[in-house]
Design a protein around this ligand. Sequence first.
Ligand code: ZN
Length: 74
Amino acid sequence: MFPFSTGMTFLTGLGLGVLGVLWILYERRDFRAASGRRPSAHHCVRCDAVYGAERASGPCACPRCGHLNPALRF
Ligand SMILES: [Zn+2]
């Protein structure tokens, strides 16, 4: 095995801590987006229309053909 020095252990821990904080921040952002605070974008698989909906948390009907489409995820 490779012996880790104190500085190398500190830098590795610091890097993992930064990644952990970023992970928590992005998970919280995704949770807020899923709660319906932001408008959602939809793509109709039947007529190929792209449309937006205000605060739609689930499938939203296409304004052209009425087909229910889930929100796009980015
Ligand atoms: Zn459609």
